[in-house]
Write a protein that binds this ligand. Structure first.
Ligand SMILES: *[C@@H]1O[C@H](CO)[C@@H](O)[C@H](O)[C@H]1NC(C)=O
Ligand SMILES: *[C@@H]1O[C@H](CO)[C@@H](O)[C@H](O)[C@H]1NC(C)=O
Length: 272
């Protein structure tokens, strides 16, 4: 019986296997760890170092909800029988062997070896971009990516708190606009350039976004952080001469006060 059981485990894809993930310093990675459905209820963990001396970076029993521990997050999707480990603020020193696994009541845990290699891609890609746009206009997110990822799926994710990818838009083909959700994406694989356009922006679009690549196995590498700030004042409207008051100039110079200060224009719009 026991021999048959062990043999069965070895036959399940994703168990006792090895995966390789490339990360970029300053960015992040999401690693998908598959497990057998028999382990749905068990603790999931992600530890660093060789198997004999592997030390936990995160371990938890919470299901279908993200839990955080420092730069590490874990999300156990019990329906898909996959748990995702995300590492933020990557550094080159994070390069190492890791294991993702499930606690087991049998003698041996079910686990997957993860080889994480964190590199600096200074020659190709920007770590961070800041963009601003006026409400009603559009934002053009433009990210370069390393040539080694040309054939991968590209994505732009919107961050919410510790979740780097609370909302995702992806593009799977080269030189073809993909319009799902509020963002249009275009991937030029020859130029290694990902473009994301958000039209008719409102202040709700002010957020942190991430450009990245996704491998066939589902692992994500977050490469470029894009900070989008949408201001309330339409760019195209030339202000009447009477509005060149100190209050309007302070509004345009300090974006942080925008959310708390209601402009005269806004009040007029509300009344109409
Ligand atoms: C799992 O995460 C939750 C929420 O962060 C925390 O309260 C709990 O103590 C964690 N469990 C373990 C075993 O670390
Ligand atoms: C977006 O910006 C990039 C780089 O600045 C530019 O090459 C591209 O033409 C722009 N795309 C659109 C649709 O505006």
């Amino acid at each position: 019986m026991k021999i048959i059981w062990t043999f069965t485990l070895l036959m399940i894809p994703g168990v006792l296997s090895s995966i390789s993930v490339t990360g970029y310093s300053g960015g992040g990675v999401s690693i998908t760890c598959r497990y057998d459905r028999g382990y749905t209820d068990n603790n999931k963990y992600f530890c660093r170092g060789r198997w004999s001396e592997c030390t936990d970076r995160i371990r938890n029993n919470t299901k279908n909800k993200q839990v955080d521990s420092g730069r590490f997050s874990l999300y156990d999707d019990t329906r898909a029988a996959v748990f995702t480990v995300t590492i933020r603020d990557l550094r080159e020193q994070d390069s190492d062997i890791y294991y993702c696994g499930t606690d087991s009541y049998a003698k041996v845990d079910s686990y997957t070896e993860v080889n994480l290699n964190v590199v600096t891609a200074a020659d190709c890609c920007e770590k961070s971009i800041s963009l601003s746009a006026a409400a009603g206009g559009s934002v053009n997110i433009s990210c370069r990516y390393p040539q080694s990822h040309s054939a991968d799926v590209k994505f732009v994710c919107r961050r919410s708190g510790s979740d780097l990818c609370a909302e995702e838009t992806s593009v799977k083909e080269s030189r073809r606009w993909s319009a799902e959700g509020q963002m249009q994406l275009y991937d030029d694989r020859e130029q290694q350039l990902l473009t994301g356009i958000i039209s008719h922006v409102t202040q709700q679009h002010s957020a942190e976004y991430w450009c990245g690549v996704q491998s066939d196995q589902g692992h994500k590498s977050f490469i470029t952080r894009v900070l989008v700030s949408v201001t309330d004042i339409p760019k195209t409207t030339s202000p009447p001469s009477s509005s060149s008051s100190p209050s309007s100039s302070s509004l345009s110079s300090s974006s942080s006060s925008l959310s708390s200060v209601e402009s005269p224009l806004q009040k007029m719009c509300v009344r109409n």
